[in-house]
Design a protein around this ligand. Structure first.
Ligand SMILES: Cc1ncc(COP(=O)(O)O)c(CNc2cccc(C(=O)O)c2)c1O
Length: 459
């Protein structure tokens, strides 16, 4: 499909016709988009021939790595047999049945029912309607408030963006919608200074209890959170946080929802982040690693307690034209089967995850302006700080992060700046040698960053 054009020609047409997500079009068009043309394993190539280490697996999603030959073949065959049919009106098709069966096998205990969407945002919006429907069919329609966290990310639809705690998104479009509340995030480095992480985890969980009591338990439908906040900067809660949140939700009969769009499908070394963080949600949302980004698909895993009510509750008036799309379902099935049968998730847990965490801490642990070096499995981060000894952050949140990210990019390495958090989430197929390659480049980039910080007098 790629027409032979020069980079400049692609850039000109892109600037003329393509509005990019989360982008300032004017600034993008001044410098021109980087034209990515090919991927293989953990590497990308751009139209100038640069070989790039993709430390972000696209957008946290290409778990199986780029350039698989099996997935396109599965898509071709399915497209030839049945390119599309819907799952409304009492119809189904083999691809979505096989995917549902496979997902029920890799899911934690008690998740046997799956609802399909086309993205993480649609999975979140589906969940939001589902939890409200769950309480309404049981005669509690007033139990409809959903609680999320500040700096949580749950997508860009009106529901997902409202439930998320990104204020810069709320300011565009008069969000959040009614019925949404937020509590502070469990960021120990900033909020827990005078406590041990374990003490802070319990204190942060109590913010959830305080909010439930403020709203009234009879009005709260669910508490929603990412096991580890991804787009918020890889905020890993202390080990005491999630078990205590679960205890509180059970105490007040509030549904507990995990947003596993990033943490799901092996990212943390377990199949799902809830297993790594030690809690048991009633529902969880997924997308990204479900298909490794080869085709758009999302899925809501519905626990038995909720599924039993929905199954008996009559029509759930919700769904999408492409819910369970045959080609996306077939590709997701092949992807998840490969993650399992090729031992990719197991390797993250037992080999490459521990290795990455050890090397990540060794690489970044001794810089003057890097602190809170953290991670689990193949999701990790650190925070750029003005003064490590006092935990003082840089004054203009995000400036240092953007500077650092740009130095990575100049060195053909993609890592993500979330404010002044620097994060990475490479494809799960990364080898130990490739981890060494990636962190070798990243370490040199941090040396350059600290030189620039000194030259600019930022510290
Ligand atoms: C936890 C979570 N929930 C929902 C979504 C929404 O998924 P869709 O984008 O497929 O609608 C996400 C998505 N996460 C996401 C999406 C785009 C960019 C970045 C970033 O970190 O820059 C992160 C996510 O991380």
């Amino acid at each position: 499909m790629q027409t032979a054009r020069t980079t400049e020609q692609w850039r000109e047409l892109d600037a003329a016709h393509h509005l990019h997500p989360f982008t300032d079009p004017h600034s993008l068009n001044q410098q021109g988009a980087r034209v990515i043309t090919r991927g293989e394993g953990i590497h990308l190539w751009d139209s100038e021939g640069h070989k790039i280490i993709d430390g972000m697996a696209g957008l946290w999603c290409v778990n199986i790595g780029y350039g698989r030959k099996d997935l396109p073949e599965v898509a071709r065959r399915q497209m030839e047999d049945l390119a599309y049919y819907n799952t409304f009106f009492k119809t189904t098709h083999p691809a979505v049945v096989e995917l549902s069966h496979l997902l029920s096998e890799v899911a934690p205990e008690g998740f046997r029912h799956i609802f399909y969407t086309n993205s993480g945002s649609e999975s979140v919006d589906t969940m939001m309607r589902m939890v409200r429907h769950f309480w309404a069919v049981q005669g509690k329609p007033e139990k409809k408030v959903l609680i999320g966290r500040w700096n949580g990310y749950h997508g860009s639809t009106i529901g997902g963006a409202s439930l998320g705690g990104m204020t810069y998104m709320h300011e565009q479009g008069d969000l959040p919608i009614p019925g949404i509340e937020h509590v502070e995030q469990p960021w120990w480095y900033k909020y827990g200074k005078d406590m041990t992480p374990e003490e802070f985890g319990l204190a942060a969980a109590r913010w959830v209890e305080d909010k439930i009591l403020e709203v009234g338990p009879e009005r709260v439908a669910a508490f929603v959170g990412e096991p580890i906040q991804g787009a918020g900067g890889v905020i890993i809660p202390p080990s005491t946080y999630w078990p205590e949140v679960e205890r509180i939700c059970r105490k007040y009969d509030v549904l507990l929802v995990a947003d596993e769009v990033i943490c799901g499908f092996g990212r943390t070394g377990e199949w799902f982040g809830q297993q790594t963080m030690g809690f048991h949600p009633d529902i969880f949302t997924t997308a990204k690693g479900l298909s490794s980004g080869y085709l758009p698909i999302g899925a809501v895993f519905v626990g038995d307690r909720v599924a039993n009510v929905l199954v008996a509750g009559g029509d759930f008036n919700h769904g999408f034209t492409y819910s369970g799309h045959p080609v996306a379902a077939a590709v997701a099935h092949a992807n998840v089967k490969a993650l399992r049968d090729e031992g990719i998730v197991d390797r993250v847990k037992n080999e490459t995850g521990p290795y990455m965490q050890e090397r990540w801490r060794a690489t970044f642990g001794n810089f003057d302006h890097v602190d809170d070096v953290r991670g689990v499995g193949l999701i990790q981060g650190f925070t750029l700080v003005r003064n490590k000894a006092t935990h003082e952050l840089f004054p203009e949140w995000g400036t240092a992060g953007t500077m650092c990210r740009d130095i990575f990019f100049e060195n053909n390495l993609i890592m993500r700046a979330c404010g002044d958090h620097i994060v990475a989430a490479p494809p799960l197929v990364i080898t130990k040698a490739e981890i060494d390659e990636m962190l070798g480049v990243a370490g040199r980039c941090l040396e350059r960053f600290e030189k620039v910080v000194r030259e600019k007098g930022m510290a």
